[in-house]
Write a protein that binds this ligand. Sequence first.
Ligand code: ADP
Ligand code: MG
Length: 329
Amino acid sequence: DLLINQIAAGEVVERPASALKELLENSLDSGATEIEVRLMQGGIKLLQVADNGGGIARDELPLAVARHATSKINSLEDLEQVGSLGFRGEALASIAAVSRLTLTSRQASEKHAWQIFLESGAMSEPQPAALAAGTTIEVNDLYFNTPARRKFLKTEATEFAHCDEMFKRIALSRPETAFTLMHNGKAQRALRSAQGNPRQRIAAILGDEFAQASVVVDEQSSGLRLWGLAGLPTYSKGTRDAQYVFVNGRFVRDKLISHALRESYQDVLHHGRHPAFVLFLELDPQGVDVNVHPTKIEVRFRDGRAIHQFLYHALNKSLAGSKAGEVAM
Ligand code: ADP
Ligand code: MG
């Protein structure tokens, strides 16, 4: 089983950032309103995610770290209906197989927390522990027992950059949730809840300069909605780093979407320049097949043509209606 989990880990936890993604999604699934991330040495030495969500009962702790024990999918229909970010029940088992993992959790109704410790997947008995309601997961020494994998990790600075990028995507997708990020004991990001004002979260992550040099997008048509901030041509960049698209709340990189957005900008951008944007596409889940592979997210639309046209026109309209320098906030 350890071997199976270690092989799965090769897919699920390619690097610290992928482990971070899984832990953050679990915290969000637990209903947390505040999430604190602490990393040491790019997340290789330590990756800790603490949340104030619903917690895990003592007797459920072993299940949480067992492969597929918590799968929320029993049929293909389930797969279409699943409302949570996680549904495979393999992330924690995989991470635990390639690290030293401490899981501490307390449900609000309990007097104290319970803690388990796993090394290479071998689990200790639950011990009483102190913790406010919620869950804290500490992943130490990622890949300490699979040196071949460990060698694929890049420098701490690079791994931290990947973690930070993952953190930004997830923080953008959940403006109502408060997040903090620490690296090597230093505060890197502190995001208070932007409940009711998602553009504040966008500004907090992409910077005020971007927020000032962008237009508000909010267009709807036959069940499709596109909203967010689109950078003005004056704010364009030499790279695509500042392009974020979310489909029904999930970060995606999709050719059809990119193409439509690029077309909208085509007439207003200089050659070789890339627009910056944070855009949320919302549509009936029936109209999109989100294939959530652990490391990449692919979407397939029932009616790709309609989506393409909608995106193109929605963004065109927003950009045309703007005057340079218009303040979005
Ligand atoms: P999945 O998210 O696909 O169910 P995971 O391996 O990521 O699988 O997590 C296993 C289970 O552990 C979850 O389904 C959940 O019940 C529990 N769990 C993990 N992290 C948390 C958390 N932060 N708060 C509450 N429960 C959690
Ligand atoms: Mg999960």
